[in-house]
Write a protein of this length. Structure first.
Length: 458
């Protein structure tokens, strides 16, 4: 009955299905939670770069006592502070060494401990080299300029870059053999034949077609990159596969049931990311938002470096296996092989999930409990009509522990046997009483004499 478990727009989702609710009268224990951790303002630190981590703490509205928090990086305390609930605290991180950096922010333990710690992980790497083929548009060029000014990438000729942006498929034949390529469709549909021809020449098994139906729609998907969360698509082409995509194929984002962002490897083994819309203000809400810079940083950094395709994930969500990973190590230390779906589903436990290829670490994903689970405010308390509206009509509310079993087991299978057993017990008692009474009758005549009593003789 947490308030965060219900949607105001949903009425009686259970219908007439019987529902039993445990609603004890005891006061809920106070709960303080580390509700958020943000490293580098959403841009992971580069190798040798100092950064900061922002920690948010939540609690009940009436709780104003400061909370002590600590930031631990690679098993060493790197910062500590005290903040009131509902606020954030920024702590500096030391220069990041090359490789994966694992850490967490934690508060003092309370009665509910699952949300007293939040994990984070990032891959510290040198600034990647970026290149352009064609004219990707104003917003892409500006995002690259901002990232270069911040030292997060360096621009080089497209043939020498670690990752390139290909406008309309230009330069697919000139990109380096190890490069990762972001392919943007043209703004005008008249140039689609040229794009499709270049995709076919590069061995990318997709083609872009004019969209039969149009309309605004949000991006969705189980492996949707975090910078694309909340983005709305205004115009798009239809991406149609050609033949059977290889095992490395993955749909990162969808609009409804249709793919919007697909990734895989081309005929030469290079990684590609193909979008169904150009990155301009007429096609989506992404270019005019602050997430545009984060998305381009993700493309040139995390995606191009094969360091996994999702950040900020929640325990219980499936994890996509990065390219090349053959198994995953869970927070409990168990190593599980990656199956043919290239997804790992058993993510109930919060902590670090390490994807491995042989003895090498391919990627690390930090999973945390949902922040909404820390909000313990009950929904409408004891207002039964309101509870029936958000649950269902056949509702039983149990407030005492000794009544829980009786509320659950309300229907039995088969006939009740207690009456039969009771009658059988009564009959047995009657028979036993009759046998006992017959055993107490004394014999008559000569047999009644005692064997020790002398008899008269004639």
């Amino acid at each position: 009955m947490q308030s965060t478990s219900f949607e105001e727009s949903t009425v009686q989702p259970a219908g007439d299905i019987p529902v039993v609710i445990w609603a004890p009268s005891e006061t809920l224990p106070p709960n303080r939670a580390v509700s958020g951790v943000l490293v580098g303002g959403g841009l992971p630190p580069l190798q040798g770069q100092r950064s900061e981590v922002s920690v948010s703490v939540s609690s009940l509205p009436e709780d104003t006592t400061p909370v002590s928090v600590r930031v631990v990086v690679d098993e060493r305390v790197r910062g500590a502070g005290s903040i009131p609930p509902g606020s954030s605290l920024s702590l500096l991180l030391p220069p990041a060494p090359a490789g994966w950096v694992l850490g967490y922010a934690e508060a003092d333990a309370d009665a509910l401990r699952a949300d007293d710690r939040r994990y984070f992980a990032f891959h510290a790497r040198p600034a990647p080299s970026a290149g352009l083929f064609g004219e990707p548009g104003f917003f892409v060029a500006e995002a690259i300029r901002v990232l270069e000014a911040a030292g997060r990438l360096r621009t080089v000729p497209g043939s020498e870059a670690d990752a390139v942006v290909s406008a309309g498929g230009l330069g697919l034949d000139a990109a380096g053999p190890q490069a990762a390529v972001l392919v943007l469709p043209p703004a005008e549909p008249d140039f689609l034949p040229s794009l499709n021809r270049r995709l076919a020449d590069a061995g990318i098994p997709w083609r872009a077609e004019r969209q039969g139906t149009s309309g605004e729609g949000p991006l969705s998907g189980t492996v949707l990159p975090e910078p694309l969360s909340g983005v709305h698509i205004l115009r798009r082409y239809r991406l149609s596969p050609i033949g059977q995509p290889d095992a490395a194929h993955r749909t990162l984002g969808r609009v409804g049931d249709e793919p919007w962002a697909v990734s895989g490897t081309d005929a030469s083994g290079r990684r590609y990311l193909l979008l169904a819309s150009p990155l301009d203000e007429r096609s989506s809400s992404l270019p005019v938002s602050a997430d545009m810079v984060r998305f381009m940083d993700w493309v040139f950094g995390q995606w191009a470096a094969r360091a996994g395709e999702g950040v900020g994930r929640i325990a219980g969500q499936p994890l996509p296996a990065p390219y090349g990973a053959d198994r995953v190590r869970t927070p409990g230390g168990e190593e599980v092989p990656i199956d043919g779906t290239r997804m790992y589903w058993a993510t109930r436990e919060a902590g670090f999930y390490t994807f491995l290829a042989g003895d090498s670490t391919v990627a690390v994903q930090a999973l945390n409990p949902p922040a909404s689970e820390s909000v313990l405010s009950p929904d409408r308390g004891a207002d039964r009509p309101a509870m029936e509206r958000v649950v269902g009509s056949d509702l039983t509310v149990v407030r005492r522990q000794d009544r829980w079993v009786g509320a659950i087991f309300r229907v039995r299978r088969g006939p009740e046997l207690w009456r039969v057993l009771l009658l059988a017990a009564l009959a047995l008692l009657v028979v036993e009483a009759g046998v006992a009474a017959a055993g107490r009758a004394r014999p008559t005549g000569d047999a009644a004499s005692s064997p020790w009593e002398p008899h008269a003789t004639s």
